[in-house]
Design a protein around this ligand. Structure first.
Ligand SMILES: *Cc1c(COP(=O)(O)O)cnc(C)c1O
Length: 372
């Protein structure tokens, strides 16, 4: 069997350190926030080349608080992409603002900057680009549009720890950026956790208050806040794992280049790559036009796989109130029908990549998969 991700393999490499970190929390009883979370915030901010970081209890909470810290709420509009995990759009709803969707660039799967301006109204307050699969959005034109129209940019970097765009890290270019440490993400907690990073001291102050009931001084609630605190154990575990993230990312990139080479000349569409970008391959997604048969043949060979994501947000029943319909975002809709995520984790071997690629190509050559 070739798994889709292998969290056990990763744990076995860091077992002693992680166990000691968790024991440290049990001994100190700093179960929520505390010194390990504070140290992790400093270290993660440095990793992102950003001044400040605020640890929270999920990536979704990070997105929600970033919007609130920017005073975005009812009557406001936030522009994002329909080809994302549902949490991006859900967080905009949590804030009370209205999500406005813009189609993707079919090469990168990320929001198409050329389509953003047409979606801007006098209600637009922010653009929320999603760095899908670990590839950063095309930030230069996005930031230029934001500056021109006085909009904020809040990065959904939940899949993009350590990703780079023209030598800028994910989290470094937007006004705020939000990360998830869901266990399966490139930097994963042993439970739920998330982070907002920002250079802005005013956002920092509000984010810290909002995650802990809106108070800077205990029981003096200045803002209507939340219980979105990061747990001490997650901070301690993530501090251990942060030491390895670069090594793990390079292993992912090596695996991706094995896949790229095995697919070269096959005509299959592999993930976008360019010297301007450091893709961190949270997901390695190819396009296949007859995905069901391809998945069936992978399953028969015990190769796990996934789809990120099969239904664009505007076609999900939960978000029908947005008023979009099938055909509104053709590139997102086609991508949702064609993407196929192959096994990707730092410990995957070249031989495993070869086995997977061969299985995919066998179905492609049988006329099953898309030839570009
Ligand atoms: C995982 C993810 C989130 C949400 O993060 P959680 O920690 O699961 O709440 C948001 N946006 C994207 C793009 C994600 O992949």
């Amino acid at each position: 069997m070739i798994p889709f991700v292998d969290l056990k393999a990763q744990y076995s490499g860091i077992r002693e350190e992680v166990n000691a970190a968790i024991q440290g929390i049990l001994d100190s009883c700093q179960f929520t926030l505390g010194s390990e979370v504070a140290a992790f915030e400093d270290e993660f901010a440095a990793y992102c080349n950003v001044q400040n970081a605020v640890g929270v209890n999920s990536g979704t909470s990070a997105l929600h608080l970033a919007l609130l810290a920017a005073d975005i709420g009812p009557g406001d509009e936030v522009i994002t992409t329909p080809f994302t995990f549902v949490a991006t759009v859900a967080s905009i709803y949590y804030s009370g603002a209205t999500p406005v969707l813009v189609d993707i660039d079919p090469r990168t799967f990320n929001i198409d900057p050329e389509k953003i301006e047409a979606a801007i109204t006098e209600k637009t307050k922010a653009i929320m680009p999603v760095h899908l699969h670990g590839l950063m959005s095309d930030m230069d034109p996005i930031l230029a549009i934001a500056r021109k129209h006085s909009l904020l940019v809040i990065e959904d970097a939940a899949q993009a720890h350590g990703a780079e765009y023209k030598n800028h890290r994910a989290g470094q270019m937007g006004d705020m950026a939000c990360f998830s440490f869901y266990p399966g993400k490139n930097l994963g907690a042993y439970g739920e956790a998330g982070m907002v990073v920002t250079d802005n001291p005013e956002y920092l102050r509000k984010l810290r208050m909002l995650r802990d009931w809106g108070a800077e001084v205990k029981y003096e609630h200045v803002l209507k806040g939340y219980n979105y605190r990061m747990e001490g154990i997650q901070g301690a575990v993530l501090r251990v794992k942060l030491k390895y993230i670069e090594e793990w990312t390079e292993s992912r990139r090596a695996a991706a280049s094995h896949y790229d080479r095995f697919f070269a000349g096959s005509g299959l569409v592999t993930p976008y790559s360019s010297p301007d970008y450091r893709h961190v391959y949270h997901v390695y997604a190819i396009r296949v036009s007859n995905r069901e048969l391809c998945q069936k043949s992978l399953q028969e060979q015990n190769i796990q796989n996934g789809i990120h994501y099969p239904i664009p947000v505007h076609l999900l029943p939960a978000y029908s109130d947005l008023g979009y319909k099938s055909g509104d975002f053709p590139h997102a809709e086609l991508a949702a029908n064609e993407v196929l995520s192959l096994p990707m984790f730092p410990e995957i071997t070249r031989e495993q990549c070869q086995t997977v690629a061969q299985a995919v190509k066998d179905s492609a050559l049988a006329g099953i998969a898309k030839v570009s």
